[in-house]
Design a protein around this ligand. Structure first.
Ligand code: NAD
Length: 377
């Protein structure tokens, strides 16, 4: 059986879905591996590195005969049409709002898996792309903020005087936010953070940052069984806005990471709040592609809003592509391994497996995922 590693067609995508290590692992699982020429270039993995790991370098036409296609992003229509009916395609599928693309994959006969729907259970931790990529994004957000900031991050006491430590506020203390806190602390900033999940309070404190939040009854109940945030009431958001506004006015850098799965990102910072910040402050919006936490943030750009530089890069994990690809490749191969029968060494999809149930979007010609399947008539 053959695994095809696609070269990403989206020009904004620097990551690749395999690494030399993951190719070696695929080979030991019994797969032939074909890597599309140049697939790893933007992640600094030359074709030769894949070749010495045991892959053959091929072209897009090789996808036609592959049993498994590995990608970073969902295939575009022409790519979908070029895959063999019955092939497994695994990627970050971005399924919400893209039902037409799911229907295309279904009618092409593909069995498509969305890695971002992986359940957050112990068995699947090593397959959790949201965590592996968000962790790097949280780090990179601080690096991007530091690059835009005209001052130093750490306190510096010199013969010529003292430079104060930067004050960094992290909004949303999930995987990305916690790494942003840790990174800002390592750079010597004074860090505060907020979240709507009460469980995050202790995690923030354990990283040496101060927790700031409206801790009312709604807050105390604000976590789903899956560990995700719930949308908060308007009344809560109003109270949160007052607290945020006061706190923000004293900050140098704010990094927002707040997301609610399957919904637009909550708006946390208004233009007004930016205006109250000191000139030269930096605001990094890691949720910009999902609608943005910050008013005025522009996806794919750094813009100045009310004297604050608002950083809204797309695909932040892709800005640190070599590290991101290596972790993503490991997530993919670990998941694919669960689909290989220990007895026969061949692909044997178990549609009763909870990992498969949670992530399988299309199979047997239809959209099968309950969140996206057309309502029964
Ligand atoms: P996410 O990317 O969905 O959201 C980022 C953060 O934004 C979350 O912490 C969320 O609570 C927060 N947020 C949402 N609305 C907000 C608002 N209005 N104001 C402030 N913050 C807001 O979350 P994530 O990083 O994927 O993590 C979600 C949870 O899952 C965390 O508890 C994390 O530790 C947990 N997790 C568990 C596992 C596991 O395998 N058990 C793996 C990864 C993450």
């Amino acid at each position: 059986e053959t695994v095809f590693v696609a070269r990403e067609s989206n020009p904004d995508e620097g990551r690749v879905s395999a690494s030399p290590d993951s190719v070696k692992k695929l080979k030991t699982l019994g797969f032939d591996v074909v890597v599309e020429a140049g697939a790893g270039l933007l992640s600094r993995v030359p074709d030769a590195a894949f070749e010495s790991a045991g892959a053959r370098i091929g072209t897009a036409a090789d996808a036609k005969s592959a049993d498994v296609v590995l990608r970073v992003r969902r295939p575009v229509a022409a790519e979908t049409a070029s895959y063999k009916s019955g092939a497994i395609v695994i990627a970050i599928m971005d399924p919400y709002g893209n039902e037409a693309a799911l229907a295309e994959m279904a009618s092409a006969g593909l069995t498509a898996f969305a890695m971002e729907l992986m359940p957050r259970i112990t068995r699947a931790q090593s397959m959790d792309v949201l965590s592996s990529q968000a962790n790097l994004a949280g780090y990179q957000a601080v690096i991007d903020a530091a690059a835009e900031f005209d001052r130093a991050m750490p306190m510096m006491m010199t013969a010529a005087g003292t430079v104060p430590a930067a004050k960094v506020f992290v909004m949303g203390a999930g995987v990305a936010g916690l790494q942003a806190i840790a990174t800002a602390r390592r750079l010597g900033a004074v860090v505060t953070a907020t979240d709507v999940r009460p469980a995050s309070k202790e995690q923030v404190a354990s990283l040496g940052a101060k927790f700031i939040a409206v801790e009312d009854d709604e807050f105390k109940a604000a976590e789903t069984s899956g560990g995700y945030a719930k949308p908060m009431s308007e009344a809560y958001q109003a109270k949160q806005a007052v607290l945020t506004a006061e706190h923000l006015a004293k900050q140098d850098i704010v990094i927002t990471t707040a997301l609610i799965p399957g919904r637009p990102a909550p708006r946390l910072i208004t233009r007004e709040m930016l205006k109250a910040m000191k000139p030269g402050s930096i605001a990094v919006d890691l949720a910009v592609e999902r609608g943005g936490n910050i008013e005025g943030a522009v996806a794919g750009s750094v813009v100045e809003v009310e004297g604050v530089k608002v950083v809204g890069y797309n695909n932040v994990p892709g800005r640190i592509a070599t590290s991101a690809s290596s972790l993503y490749a490991k997530n993919l191969v670990t998941f694919l391994e669960t689909m290989v029968s220990k007895e026969t060494g061949m692909l044997a999809l178990n549609i009763e497996d909870e990992l498969v149930k949670a992530t399988m979007l299309t199979h047997g010609g239809t959209v099968v995922h309950p969140n996206f399947a057309p309502a029964p008539v």
